[in-house]
Ligand binder design. Structure first.
Ligand code: LER
Ligand code: MN
Length: 270
């Protein structure tokens, strides 16, 4: 498994679970000096991802891009794929496509997290799932045409009422037309929602395409009470070879959180 750490380029996401906040050059320098393999980027939109600049930084610091989040479309514009307004749903889908394009150009998958939205008011659960399924079929195919998977992330109950657990997600994804979606297993959300984190990982198996590496309190692994060693053992058992990406609060400060993450990563992988 490979290590990654998050950088947010979205000032409106302040307080969110991202380690670095001072731009891509700073994040790459810090990630590389601590020995990370990759960065995961949370941009406000696709235009914030200048490919030439990012490629230079990656080469200079010997880093990869692990994944690119789309949640900026929710944080900045309040767009989701299950919004009652068809124009908003279309804007959300176009926004995500544009991030998939930039991510693929950097050799990385894009993530659908917050932009999945929720069912409420005039939108029934059935209706929301029809809209979400249509969008995922389209977005999955779009990513496939660029040689990338597309990552769908079940979130905890306070962030969505669509899918909160890996097992329910896997069952629903298996009914979609596209077979190009993988699950993002976020250990913070799983700590809130799963009965047995290692069992959920083993059951999802090869469907897991990315991991958010966070402890029970969304701090760096080692600073909470989740049995991450057992989760790691389950990932190892299913043959997971992707990234463990620290999507965590920068607490007590970004540098300490980053160092603690790397120490935990090395303890497991040594
Ligand atoms: C996104 O990866 C996520 O985990 C959500 O909680 C939004 O931050
Ligand atoms: Mn996450």
């Amino acid at each position: 498994m490979r290590s990654a750490i998050t950088v947010s380029l979205v000032p409106q996401a302040a307080g969110g679970p991202f380690v670095f906040w001072n731009g891509l050059a700073d994040a790459c320098e810090q990630a590389s000096s601590l020995g990370f393999d990759a960065i995961e980027i949370f941009p406000p939109n696709a235009d914030a991802l200048d490919l030439a600049t990012i490629r230079d930084l990656l080469t200079q610091h010997k880093l990869a891009v692990a994944a690119i989040g789309t949640g900026g479309g929710w944080v900045v514009n309040k767009w989701t794929l299950t919004h009652p307004d068809a124009a908003v749903r279309a804007a959300a889908r176009a926004f995500i496509k544009s991030i998939i394009d930039r991510a693929a150009a950097l050799g990385a998958p894009a993530i659908l997290g917050s932009m999945q939205g929720r069912w409420e008011g005039a939108v029934s659960r059935e209706q929301a799932l029809v809209w979400l399924g249509e969008a995922l079929d389209d977005l999955g195919d779009h990513a496939a045409s660029l040689g990338q998977i597309f990552l769908y992330e079940p979130l905890n109950r306070y962030e969505t009422n669509l899918f909160n657990r890996l097992g329910d997600t896997a069952t629903w994804l298996s009914g979609l037309r596209t077979n190009n979606l993988c699950i993002l297993a976020d250990l913070f959300h799983m700590n809130l929602e799963e009965a047995d984190i290692p069992a959920a990982i083993r059951d999802a198996g090869a469907l897991i395409g990315h991991v958010h590496f966070a402890d029970s309190n969304r701090r760096a692994v080692g600073l909470g009470h989740t049995d991450i060693r057992a989760a790691y053992a389950a990932l190892d058992k299913i043959g997971y070879r992707g990234f463990l990406s620290a999507e965590i609060l920068p607490l007590p400060d970004a540098q300490t959180a980053a160092r603690q993450t790397m120490q935990s990563f090395q303890n497991f992988t040594r």
